[in-house]
Design a protein around this ligand. Structure first.
Ligand code: SF4
Length: 297
C-alpha cells in the first residue's frame, strides 16, 4: 500500500493505508516543488453548534462551489487534502470526492464526533470506496461505544483540542491503541468568546496537559500535533534533537497551506488572518506562500 513520488529534490514514500510518510533525499534540505498537504475548507455550514468553533460555522453558513474550482485540476497525484466534513450536508461532497479520487488525490476528512456517530455508515461507505482515506474525528465526549466505533476505522485519528480535552478524557482514551492528534487552541471567531468565558478552565487543562505530556505520549499508538500545539505545549522539550529532526514535518507554509473554498482565499494556515485571493493554479499559490513568508528551503 506504499506509493512513492518525487517532489522537488526528494522522494516521498506514503502509506495509503495508515498515512505514514517518509521523506528521503541525498541533499541537506528537503526542497519541495509542490505542496504535500493542503488544508481545505469546503463549507461553513454546520449544525454542530460547538461553543469554541474557530471557523464560526452555523446552520446558515455557506457551502463552497466544489466542482468549478480550477486549482483542483492542477493538483499533483498523491497530494493530501484535508477537508472539513462538518455536518456532511454539502450536496457536492461525493462528486467532489470522486473527482479527487480520479486524480489520485489522497483525501482525508474531519468530522465532529456527533456527526461521526450519526453518519457512521455513510463514512464507512466513503472509506470502503476509497473516496476518503483518513478519518479525523473531533472529540466531544469519551464513551466506550465511541471508542469501539473509532476502532472500526483503521485510519481514524481522534482530534482533541489543547485546553478543551480534559485530563479525564485523556485517561479514558488512553490504553486503547488509538491515534490522536492534539490541536492547538485557536483563539479565533467563537474560540475567542469561549476562551473569555472559560479562561481559568482552559489554562488549568493546558497546564495539566503540558505537565503530563510524557504520560500522554505513552498511552496511544500514535500522538501527533499541529504546529500550534507544538508551540503551546513546547513539545520540542520532550524530544531529543534526533527525534525532533525525525518527526517535525515543517513550518506551516513550507510543505502545506490552507485554502478557504467558501471565501475563495488562501493563506499560510487556517489561523492566519492574512488571506489572499484564490488563484487558478495550486502550485502558484504554494510558491506565493513560500516567497511571502521566506519558506523556500
Ligand atoms: S462540528 Fe466542527 S464545524 Fe461544526 S460547529 Fe463544531 S467545531 Fe464547528
Amino acid at each position: 500500500m506504499w506509493v512513492s513520488y518525487k517532489n522537488g529534490n526528494y522522494m516521498v514514500h506514503f502509506n495509503t493505508k495508515n498515512g505514514t510518510k517518509i521523506r528521503e533525499t541525498e541533499e541537506d534540505n528537503f526542497v519541495p516543488s509542490f505542496a504535500e498537504n493542503m488544508d481545505v475548507k469546503i463549507t461553513d455550514r454546520c449544525d454542530g453548534g460547538c461553543e469554541y468553533c474557530y471557523e464560526g460555522c452555523t446552520t446558515q453558513g455557506k457551502h463552497a462551489d466544489l466542482m468549478n474550482a480550477k486549482w483542483v485540476d492542477t493538483l499533483h497525484p498523491y497530494t493530501e487534502l484535508a477537508i472539513n466534513g462538518n455536518d456532511l450536508t454539502h450536496p457536492q461532497l461525493v462528486p467532489f470526492l470522486k473527482k479527487l479520487q480520479k486524480k489520485n488525490i489522497i483525501t482525508n476528512m474531519t468530522v465532529n464526533q456527533v456527526h461521526f456517530e450519526k453518519h457512521k455508515s455513510f463514512i464507512h461507505s466513503l472509506v470502503d470506496h476509497e473516496l476518503i482515506h483518513g478519518v479525523g474525528i473531533s472529540l466531544r465526549k469519551v464513551t466506550p461505544q465511541f471508542i469501539n466505533s473509532v476502532k472500526e476505522f483503521p485510519t481514524a485519528v481522534i482530534h482533541v483540542i489543547n485546553g478543551v480535552c480534559t485530563p479525564i478524557d485523556f485517561m479514558e482514551l488512553a490504553g486503547n491503541d488509538l491515534t490522536i492528534l492534539i490541536l492547538g487552541y485557536k483563539n479565533l471567531r467563537r474560540g475567542v468568546g469561549y476562551l473569555n468565558d472559560h479562561t481559568q478552565e482552559v489554562a488549568r487543562i493546558q497546564s495539566w496537559t503540558y505537565d503530563n505530556l510524557d504520560t500522554i505520549l505513552k498511552g496511544f499508538r500514535t500522538v501527533s500535533f499541529d504546529n500550534l500545539a507544538l508551540e503551546q505545549l513546547n513539545v520540542k522539550n520532550h524530544l531529543s534533537d534526533e527525534q525532533w529532526e525525525e518527526f517535525f514535518m515543517g513550518s506551516d507554509g513550507a510543505y502545506t497551506y490552507y485554502i478557504d473554498m467558501v471565501g475563495n482565499t488562501f493563506s499560510r494556515n487556517s489561523l492566519s488572518t492574512e488571506r489572499f485571493p484564490i488563484m487558478d493554479n495550486s502550485q502558484k499559490m504554494f510558491d506565493f506562500i513560500r516567497d511571502k513568508y521566506n519558506l523556500r528551503g
